[in-house]
Design a protein around this ligand. Sequence first.
Ligand SMILES: [Zn+2]
Length: 275
Amino acid sequence: MSDLLKVQLTLSVAYRPNGLTAENLKSFLEAGIRNAIGNGLLTADTVAEVETYNMAVEVIQTVVPATGTCQSCGTPLLEGYCQDITCAYSDWPQSIPVADLMTLPAAELTQRYGVTRRLRIEAKVWDDSRVNEAGFDAALWFAQADSSDIESLQEIGWSGDYASDAVAEYYDGRHPEVTEVFNYIRAVRNTRAQTGFECSVDEDSAKAWLKVHRPGVRAILLCTANEVSLVEAQEPEIAGMWDWLDGEGNACAGSFATREEAALNAVAVLKLSEQ
Ligand SMILES: [Zn+2]
């Protein structure tokens, strides 16, 4: 028997994924090479024989979007999304080819690219003299806010008070049009035109977003709306845990580690929903 001779091939491929995942591309590459090996790639149908071979396909570098601007309209991206709300890409990740975005129904985009339409939280800010107004997506604020800040928003009816002012202020310097509203207010400060501002958050889109992204906070809001109290356990052995209690004497069977968990349990047990 003759000696073994080891030969190594290094093949690296830089893909432009156009919406496909790293996992997709890995499996295409591996299947393609295995298919070629099966068809005699390694010996070119000569008398040489393959004793063994090893193949490992791995992603060595994930690709970030080439630019920070929308591939359709060129608007700078905000949190990965086109911030021009009139652009088709404002609700979908840039990984989807624009031709598909225009022609395929949402369900098919989700199936093909493994992504979903972004949930927006509609919000608006305007100065009191109504010179400027800006609509914006408040999802980013909701993603980073304390539960208590979101509860305050519900308490004030989602607009026109300190809790909603804080939402708009968060986007001052982050969102161009919101920043413009605040720039105007700063420019006319200490002049006759001095003005304040107001902000309103759309309740329905906020609740829809919370249901998906922060279900525990959503449950707390439902408890409040249904007059279910979330209370810290008083017994020393379960101090720091949370209970729920409704107005009709119903209470939880056990205590929960967090207020959100207690709220989720109350929503499930009492079948709480919007009034
Ligand atoms: Zn765009």
